[in-house]
Design a protein around this ligand. Structure first.
Ligand code: HEM
Length: 519
């Protein structure tokens, strides 16, 4: 047989050529099957294990490979003034990346048209090891304390008894979490349904730090701005029209654009603030429910990203990729943003469960630099992470017998000073409603109309106490905002009665009362 034909022969995973892939072994051609059918048992038992646990959030996603190209500057200044991270230093320097976009709440096969934040997670395979920037499309978040995250996700997911989605659960949580008012204002506007993944922004949301050669730090927020086709969001109706025909429109859009070489591009921008508490601001710069006003804190570009290659295999790359906020490189650091610190534990913890203890050895997660550790063994160990010259007997450090050595520091360590009581307490400058009001007023008329329409549609089925609380929050953000939601709910109640339907949660009465308070 010629080589080419031989290469196409089907084998099992032990390398045995398969001569019959159609029939299991049986006693006679109608008879009972036998258990020693190695090929069948291997094939079916591997199939039985094809699924791994889906991500607890952000289960539905699409991904692509590409590169990040540095500008060597941050705005007009040399980037080295603020960070020594090598990937940013030289203009034109390219770093390979893998990006996974996602929706948040629903399962792995759910429609991509839902009102939901979109994940925008980027793995930079830098010369100093991997950096993951795990962001969303929106620039803020629902909560500021990580202790609330599991409750928030439970409230947003389907009812544990009926498995039905119900906005009442979400608004029950949100109406008791005033810090979510700003995020809800974005989410129920057209910004809550990006048209696709190529035409949306990204943001690191949390506050990070950059550290320079001297160990001096600044506070940083990261933002991705689409370069080619601008930003596009959908109205609820437009999303429903797409969903009626296609539940994978965003995956398809990304895949097909890359396949036809219309490569999506984003510019990476940062906002910089000095590393202190900023008492002059009416919010805390470590609070992820707040925007840093871009007129006051301009977006400074540091490079651009191009996505130019589709994955070869969805499961191996998009499903098994594992991002985490703890995955930073020299010159990048955490801030004291509490949500960020909680996230940083959560990601690698879930990935050890979801993918396995050796998830970082998988090609999509492994850095493209050398890896030499003394970590050994565990389920599915793929290879030994040792240096070629390392004495293979020495899997510990320190040692004089040919083991691995510590690296020399590449600059001064950033060593912030702490002196305070250990407490359980929220930050002092919560200002839960101010920016929600600013955002409401900055929306265009059609965006505000959509926002009110979408909120009324979701809130009209909620218990009166939830409606009252939400109207109070919206009113505190902007009296017009509260009034319009209250009026919308009153109208919805009247329409409901007019149609003679039986459901009655007294929403209109509550809405009317709240409307009066607003006047
Ligand atoms: C995924 C936890 C807040 C963006 C995840 C996953 C967990 C998690 C457990 C699944 C990871 C996996 O299975 O690989 C948390 C916690 C948070 C939090 C505990 C707050 C305390 C945020 C915020 C953002 C965000 C604020 C946006 C900046 C993402 C993204 C993914 C994700 C984009 C999907 C990553 C991927 O594509 O694989 N999060 N998260 N999360 N989270 Fe968070």
């Amino acid at each position: 047989m010629d080589k080419e034909k031989e290469d196409m022969i089907l084998t099992d995973r032990q390398g045995h050529p398969i001569t019959d892939n159609q029939n299991i072994r049986t006693v006679g051609n109608r008879g009972p099957s036998t258990l020693e059918n190695y090929h069948f048992i291997e094939k079916i038992s591997h199939f039985d294990r094809e699924r791994i646990p889906e991500r607890v959030v952000h289960a539905r996603g699409a991904g692509a490979h590409g590169y990040f190209e540095a500008y060597g500057k941050v705005g007009d200044e040399p980037v080295s003034k603020y960070t020594r991270a090598k990937l940013f230093q030289e203009a034109g320097k390219k770093t390979p990346v893998f990006v996974r976009f996602s929706t948040v709440v629903h399962g792995v096969y759910s429609p991509e048209t839902f009102r939901d934040p979109r994940g925008f997670a980027t793995k930079f395979y830098t010369e100093d090891g991997n950096w993951d920037l795990v962001g969303n499309n929106l620039k803020i978040f629902f909560i500021r304390d990580p202790l609330k995250f599991p409750d928030m996700v439970h409230a947003f997911k389907p009812d544990p008894v009926t498995n039905l989605q119900n906005p009442e659960r979400m608004f029950d949580f949100v109406s008791n979490s005033p810090e979510a008012t700003h995020m809800i204002t974005f989410l129920f506007s057209p910004w809550g349904i990006p048209a696709n993944y190529r035409q949306m922004q990204g943001s690191g949301v949390n506050t990070y730090k950059w550290v320079n050669e001297n160990g001096e730090a600044v506070l940083i927020k990261y933002h991705w701005e689409p370069l080619k086709h601008g930003i596009k969001n959908l109205t609820q109706q437009a999303a429903e029209d797409i969903q009626a025909k296609n539940v994978s429109h965003a995956t398809q859009d990304l895949y097909e654009a890359i396949a036809r070489k219309d490569y999506p591009e984003w510019e990476l921008c940062v906002q910089i603030l000095s590393d202190d508490e900023h008492p002059e601001l009416d919010f805390d710069p470590l609070d992820p429910t707040k925007l840093w006003d871009h007129e006051r804190f301009p977006f400074l570009s540091v490079g651009k990203m191009v996505l130019d290659r589709n994955p070869d295999n969805y499961f191996a790359e998009v499903e098994q990729v594992a991002f985490g906020t703890g995955v930073l490189v020299d010159g990048l650091d955490f801030s004291d943003d509490k949500l960020l610190q909680g996230r940083t534990f959560s990601y690698s913890d879930t990935q050890r469960h979801r993918v396995g203890a050796n998830y970082i050895q998988l090609p999509i997660n492994a850095p493209k630099t050398r890896v030499a550790t003394n970590q050994r063994d565990g389920q599915m160990t793929y290879h030994v992470d040792k240096a070629p010259e390392q004495n293979p007997h020495v899997n510990y450090e320190p040692s004089s017998l040919g083991g691995l050595k510590e690296a020399a520091p590449s600059g001064k360590d950033h060593q912030p000073m702490y002196n305070d009581r250990l407490v359980r307490d929220k930050i002092s400058r919560t200002n839960d409603f101010g920016q929600a009001g600013d955002t409401y007023r900055k929306f265009e008329d059609w965006e505000r109309d959509e926002l009110i329409h979408n909120l009324v549609d979701a809130l009209k089925i909620c218990a009166p106490v939830i409606q009252t609380n939400m109207i109070e929050h919206f009113t505190k953000a902007d009296p017009d905002y509260g009034r319009r939601v209250a009026e919308g709910l009153a109208q919805a109640k009247a329409d409901h009665k007019h149609l003679g339907t039986s459901e009655n949660r007294d929403g209109a009465e509550i809405a009317e009362q709240s409307g009066k308070q607003t006047d």
